[in-house]
Design a protein around this ligand. Structure first.
Ligand code: NAP
Length: 517
């Protein structure tokens, strides 16, 4: 193992004492739940570098976004630790690449089983640091484990192809081979599933991967690393380093041996990373912002459409790149829809994610809550109406009450930019042609939704809406088998499905010549 500068190898005794010290203070809901975890090592906060848990040096605080309470701290890694990790990944690559795909698959399955065995503890970690309701966090753990299982099997099916030859006496093969060392920069909205969706694919393909989780949500990432180690992932094959995003991403971008970079986050940072990766011509996968149109036609059952929009808007408290951001409703049912939507929204309960009654938790980042508030203010100044706004603002600065804005127009910020919070903007439309043009008049193209009872219309719209993922009469369509990704400035490449595996593989064309007898 290389030199870790100020960092030291993790001491389990020390971590235990730190946790006990916290228990003697007056503590909040999150800390009380964390103290009862079966696995106190999930809270140790060390980085996993080259098979070692490194700690010490400077620490970063992890905050419960609902209360502002400090719930843990984690080792802050820098460029020097990242260099050590890159060297370890390089050393681990040949051994990992040479394993039979079935053997790699067995380790991934064992990792998935451990995730499910510790699902409750992982879910508590997610809720404490990210804020989402515990039921949604539990769902995320199952969803996240699903990617490991999916890619465990998919890695065994990276067949390549044989091409009917265009040359006499030759055999043309296309092989799929691991691309090399991969890096993942993951977001805070799905702090577990976005790691397993990237790492599952890379590892199944035969690539070691270095993960830099979001600074807001390191605990669940480090707990995943504990389970990865327990599942038998060899040193250097899966590493997790937490720290300053710019300092940690610079070596990942600059190093020529890192061949694939996958990022989920804003389009703004995605563009910067794409630019940074240009120098070493890496393969870059980007899952960036959304601004999903949700189209409701007047032939549809209103209740069904309202159920759909509730799910598409308020999952993850609105902090979801698939979230419905522009809800277009045909004018003849506009008033009835707004009324029914508003009635459904009054049922939403706002609170701490650990409270069993909570539907909407805090925004993970204050900046996201502030963006929601400024979009509401700007829309109101331009004539939008607040039809419904639940309580929640008084719970703390990161809470945004679920808010329904009607009479939104295209010139308002909320109609032009992703909101990423529980604010629903409803806009009337008259004709199919008009709403298609308005839905497509965005530089984003991640997801879209259409609610209609007409099969012809559904088929027409499925062809014409410019997005990577379209739900027709459904708001629930994600999962390991689907190619998740966007058009236009919503991203590059796909995650999940067989296409997700291909992001971490190179094609090699081999021509065997002179075969004629
Ligand atoms: P972001 O702007 O994409 O930032 C992601 C991470 O990149 C942050 O940790 C940020 O650090 C870091 N970063 C900043 N400059 C960087 C650089 N030059 N090189 C490498 N990393 C850098 O996301 P955010 O601020 O957390 O959220 C803002 C918006 O992003 C959201 O409102 C939402 O629209 C979008 N978002 C989308 C998804 C998704 O699922 N597609 C997920 C999360 C966020 P700092 O925090 O220190 O700036």
């Amino acid at each position: 193992m290389g030199n870790f500068n100020k960092m030291t190898v993790w001491d389990p005794q020390m971590a235990f004492q730190t946790t006990r010290h916290k228990s003697s203070r007056s503590v909040g809901l999150a800390t009380r739940n964390l103290q009862n975890l079966r696995r106190l090592d999930f809270l140790a906060g060390g980085a996993l570098v080259d098979g070692q848990w490194v700690s010490g040096g400077e620490r970063d605080h992890v905050i419960d976004p609902a209360t502002g309470e400090e719930i843990a701290d984690v080792a802050r890694c820098g460029a020097a630790e990242m260099e050590v990790a890159i060297a370890a990944a390089e050393r681990s690559f040949p051994g990992w690449r040479e394993l039979l795909p079935a053997r790699r698959g067995a380790i991934l399955r064992s990792w998935a089983s451990l995730m499910l065995e510790h699902a409750e503890e992982l879910a508590i970690l997610v809720t404490c640091e990210q804020g989402k309701p515990l039921a949604e966090a539990r769902h995320e753990i199952a969803y996240g484990a699903g990617f490991l299982e999916w890619f465990a099997a998919e890695g065994e099916r990276a067949y390549g192809e044989t091409i009917p030859s265009h040359k006499i006496g030759s055999l043309l093969q296309v092989r799929m081979q691991p691309i090399g060392i991969a890096a993942a920069i993951t977001p805070w909205n799905f702090p577990v599933a976005m790691i397993t969706r990237k790492a599952g694919a890379a590892l199944a393909a035969g690539c070691p991967i270095i993960v830099k989780p979001a600074p807001e949500t390191p605990l669940s990432a480090l707990a995943l690393a504990r389970l990865a180690e327990q599942a038998g992932l060899p040193p250097g094959v899966f590493q997790v380093l937490v720290g300053n995003p710019i300092e940690l991403s610079a070596p990942l971008l600059n190093h020529t041996r890192i061949r694939a970079l996958s990022f989920t986050g804003s389009t703004e940072i995605g563009r910067l990373l794409l630019e940074g990766a240009a120098e070493s011509v890496k393969k870059v996968s980007l899952e960036l912002g959304g601004h999903a149109p949700f189209l409701v036609f007047d032939d549809v059952d209103l209740e069904k459409a309202v159920r759909g929009v509730m799910a598409a808007k308020f999952a993850t408290s609105g902090q979801d790149c698939l979230a419905a951001n522009r809800i277009y409703v045909q004018r003849s049912i506009y008033g009835d829809f707004v009324e029914a939507f508003s009635a459904a929204m009054t049922q939403l309960r706002v609170g701490h994610g650990l409270e069993p009654t909570t539907d909407i938790g805090p925004m993970t980042k204050l900046s996201v809550a502030n963006k929601c508030r400024s979009q509401i203010d700007e829309a109101m100044k331009k004539g939008a109406r607040v039809v419904s706004a639940k309580q929640g603002a008084t719970l703390g600065p990161n809470f945004v009450p679920p808010t329904l804005l009607s009479d939104v127009t295209e010139d308002m910020l909320i109609a032009r930019e992703e909101t990423f919070g529980p604010v629903a903007a409803v806009l009337p439309f008259d004709s199919e042609e008009e709403v298609i043009a308005r839905a497509n008049a965005s530089e984003m193209g991640l997801a879209g939704y259409v609610y209609t009872d007409s099969l012809r219309r559904a088929l027409r719209l499925s062809e014409r809406i410019e997005c990577g993922m379209l739900g027709i009469n459904t708001a629930s369509f994600t999962g390991p088998p689907i190619p998740f990704g966007g058009w236009k400035q919503s991203g590059l490449g796909r995650e999940g499905s067989r296409h997700g595996l291909a992001e971490y593989m190179e094609l090699k064309y081999v021509c065997f010549g002179d075969l004629a007898a």
